[in-house]
Every structure is written in C-alpha cells, then in structure tokens.
Design a protein around this ligand. Structure first.
Ligand code: ARG
Length: 464
C-alpha cells in the first residue's frame, strides 16, 4: 500500500513499480535520510507541532529503522519506491500512527534534496582528503626522485631537459586546484532545503533555520522552489570530479607511457599491475589504464546531469530521480582513482640514470645554443636561426651535438667560444632555469615546500 493510496483506487502496473523505483541507488542514502528525519522531528517538537512524547517515540522508531537497515534485517522492496518511503513506512509499522506525523511540513521533494546535500557533503569531504593525499604522494615521489633528469616534451617530441620534480609538480598543482574546486563546491552545497515542502513552503510555523542548524548547514536555502528544483550543486560537484579526472587520466597516461620498454623511466609497483594469460613476460599497467578509462565515465556523468536538468520546468520533476546514478558514480569513481594513483606514485621504481647519458648531445639542447648566443648580445630570433642551422648540419652529417667543437660552432656564428660548449650539458641546462617556476632544483624545492604547507593546512579534512 503506497503512502498516497487515498487518491488511487487501483494498483500500479507491475512494470511501473520496477521502472519507478530508485531504492537500488538511493538506499545508499539511508543514513542521510534518517539524519534529515531526526532533525525535522526535533524541529517539529521545538515549534510545538509535535509534543515531547511524540518526538521521543518517533526518534526511537527512527533509531530502530536505522539499526534494522544497518543489520540488513529490514530489506525494503521496490513497491516502496525510494529510501524516503522505505524509512517512513517502516517507522509507521514500528511506532504506529504517530509515525505518520513525521511528514508534517515536509515533502519528499525537500527530503531528497536534503539527503543528497548531506551525502554530497560527506563524500566531497572524503574525495577532498583523497586528492590531498594524491598531492602528498606526488610530493613524496618528488622528495625521492625529483632530481632525476628527463626530457621535457611538447607534441610528445623532446623539447628541453628538465628534472622529474618539475614535471610532477605540474600535476601536484593541478590536483591542488581540483581540491580547491571541491572546497568551492562544498560552500555552495552548504544550504539546507528541508522545510521547503513540495515547493511553496508550508502554513505551519516551522523553523527552517533550526533544521539547518541541526544538520550542520550554515543556512537554509532561501527560496523554497529553488530548494527543491536546483541541482546545480550536483553539476558543480560532478564538474569538479570530471576536471579532476582529466588530470588523473593524463597522469595515468604518462604512467603507462613511462613504464613501456620504449620510455623505460619507471617500474610501476607490482600491486598495480597484472600479468597476461598468454604472454609470460607481461606486466601490464592496468590500474593506470583503468583510471584513464574511468575518466570517460565521470565526464559522461557530468554530461548526464547537465542534460537532465537543462529542459526541466520548475519545480520538482521526476526526471531528477536519475541524478544519483550519475552523481554517486562520479564521486565513487573519482575517489577510487585518486587512491589508485596515490598508491602508484608511492609504489614505483624510477630508473634514475635512464636519461642521464642518453640526453648528452641530444638536439633538445638546441635552445641552449641559442640562449648562450643571447648572453653574448645576439638577438634571440637570430640566435634561434643559428642554432637551427647547427641542428640541420648535424642531421645532414648524421651526428649529434657531441660532434661539435669551437671551430665548427664558429662556422655558424663568430661569437661562439669554449664557454658555449659548457652549455651543452643536459643537467646544467635544467639547473640553469632558475626563473620563477623553472625546472632548477631550488625552484622545485620552493614549490614543494609551498605545497607541503598547503597539504598541512588541509590535514584532518576527512577520512582517506
Ligand atoms: N524518489 C524521488 C527522487 O529521488 C523522491 C522525490 C519524489 N517526489 C515526487 N514528487 N514524486 O527524486
């Protein structure tokens, strides 16, 4: 029997019951639903819409519903449609008719909106902690191997020599902004819809600020229609997840690349790889590949939410029931990916000498020759041209920069002297880039310290 059976004479179509239910997804929010109901009941008591014994009875009943759900002894069926009805109908079974007073001055529309905001608060906070830990994992790797010389790429072509710490810091900064986006999303999520009713408010003398306070929201949502119809905080959370996933996917792609025989820069920890059922030598970077793959799903979740909302007239429409599929999946997936990546950054071996010799004489030092000429007053455009001609000559002779001596250099520009050759050390080239944000060790150390402090300021921000 549905809670609205007064209006109906027949029974619903069997397929409609299965089609309309959301329990399979929203039962995840039973704790939040109970939390919201407890606050609502207390508020109703404070404003004398319920008397004290009624409040106590309903609160005890809600505790029992919670205990049964936690123990799995209460397993609501699809005919109850959603978590709100599942909780309320079991409450009425347990405490009798007084349980039917719980829904005074409340609708499932403000109830679901409240539950989702509570769920989001917990899960965004958890995701935030996980992403802070990912930043910390990158900083740990930088501490261990930040001084390793690698090629920096543009277009996936060797560009300039850099230190691994410089490369990893780029990711650490990206993830730090992902965290800050989540902090922003939490701010706008921090308003309580409870007491909005279906959309118009209620004639009863409720105290919405009290409900908000009891649920640790800083304020009620000011407009009752906005309270039940808005889903921009979900879109914002999913957007923060989707953006974070693009960063994690890029990292994952580099882990895959770097662990190939061709790059040969890292060995990913065994715990994050799998073997092949046919090729005995294989150790595949599955965790990283899965992060890259799951990024697509999370981006899809954001799109699902935006498209779901964009054509809806105000206020509540049943379409909105679909929001949790996308939202829950986005949060759970992003959180799992952050965990997998933090683990991989911590559990890997970097081949510290992989590029130390390999970059000697490499054309990625061409900028050095140009920059050296600039130190002798040659305009950069001209210096660039000279250096380009040197590369072209080397290519035509099938040699690299190690074949250059001062005589040869002077055939390209008479400003060249012995000192220019000292600029053709890849490590020195990286260490020379001391400008703010450059790849020099002191710049890396400075950014690492700033980010360590940034992490420390956020420690204790939620369970990892
Ligand atoms: N199961 C619904 C949802 O998740 C709850 C709100 C139902 N409201 C309504 N007017 N039918 O969105």
């Amino acid at each position: 029997m549905a809670l609205w059976d007064g209006r109906f004479s027949g029974t619903p179509d069997e397929d409609m019951v299965a089609f309309g239910q959301s329990l399979d997804v929203d039962l995840q929010m039973w704790r939040e639903d109970l939390q919201g109901s407890r606050a609502h009941v207390r508020m109703l008591g404070e404003v004398n819409l319920l008397d004290d014994p009624e409040v106590v009875t309903i609160l005890q009943g809600l505790d029992q519903v919670g205990a049964e759900l936690a123990a799995g002894t209460y397993q609501p069926g699809p005919e109850l449609e959603d978590v709100h009805m599942a909780v309320e109908s079991r409450l009425i079974e347990i405490v009798g008719p007084v349980g039917a007073k719980l829904h005074t001055a409340r609708s499932r529309n403000d109830q679901v909106a409240t539950d989702v905001r509570l769920w989001l608060r917990t899960n965004l906070t958890g995701l935030k902690a996980q992403l802070v830990d990912l930043v910390a994992a990158l900083l740990d790797r930088i501490e261990a191997d930040g001084d390793v010389l690698i090629p920096g790429f543009t277009h996936l072509q060797r560009g300039q020599p850099i230190l691994l710490g410089h490369h990893l810091l780029a990711y650490a900064w990206m993830v730090s902004r992902d965290v800050e986006r989540i902090e922003d999303a939490l701010k706008r999520n921090d308003a309580c819809p409870l007491g909005a009713g279906a959309m118009a408010g209620t004639p009863h003398p409720i105290d919405r600020a009290m409900s908000a306070g009891l649920l640790d929201f800083s304020r009620p949502v000011p407009n009752a229609m906005d309270a039940v119809a808005a889903r921009d905080h979900l879109c914002e959370a999913a957007s923060a997840c989707a953006i974070a996933m693009t960063h994690m996917s890029r990292m994952a792609e580099e882990l895959v690349l770097w662990s190939t025989a061709e790059f040969g820069l890292i060995r990913i920890g065994e715990a994050y790889t799998t073997g092949s059922s046919i090729m005995p030598q294989k150790r595949n970077p599955d965790a990283a590949e899965l992060v890259r793959g799951k990024a697509g799903r999370v981006i899809g979740s954001l799109q699902a939410l935006l498209v779901m909302v964009k054509g809806l007239p105000l206020a509540y429409n049943r379409d909105l029931q679909e929001d949790r599929h996308a939202l829950f999946d986005a949060l759970h997936t992003t959180r799992a990916c952050a965990r997998m990546l933090a683990g991989q950054w911590r559990d890997m071996t970097v081949r510290r000498d992989r590029y130390e010799k390999a970059l000697e004489g490499d054309f990625l030092l061409a900028t050095e020759l140009a920059d050296w000429l600039v130190t002798r007053g040659v305009p950069f455009r001209e210096a660039h041209h000279v250096s380009g001609r040197i590369v072209a000559w080397c290519e035509s002779e099938d040699v690299d920069f190690t074949a250059l001596d001062v005589d040869r250099l002077q055939t390209f520009h008479d400003a060249f002297d012995e000192d220019a050759l000292t600029w053709l050390s890849p490590r020195a080239a990286a260490e020379r880039r001391t400008s703010l944000g450059g790849t020099a060790p002191e710049q890396i150390a400075h950014q690492r310290d700033v980010l360590r402090e940034w992490c420390a300021a956020r420690s204790g921000g939620g369970a990892v």
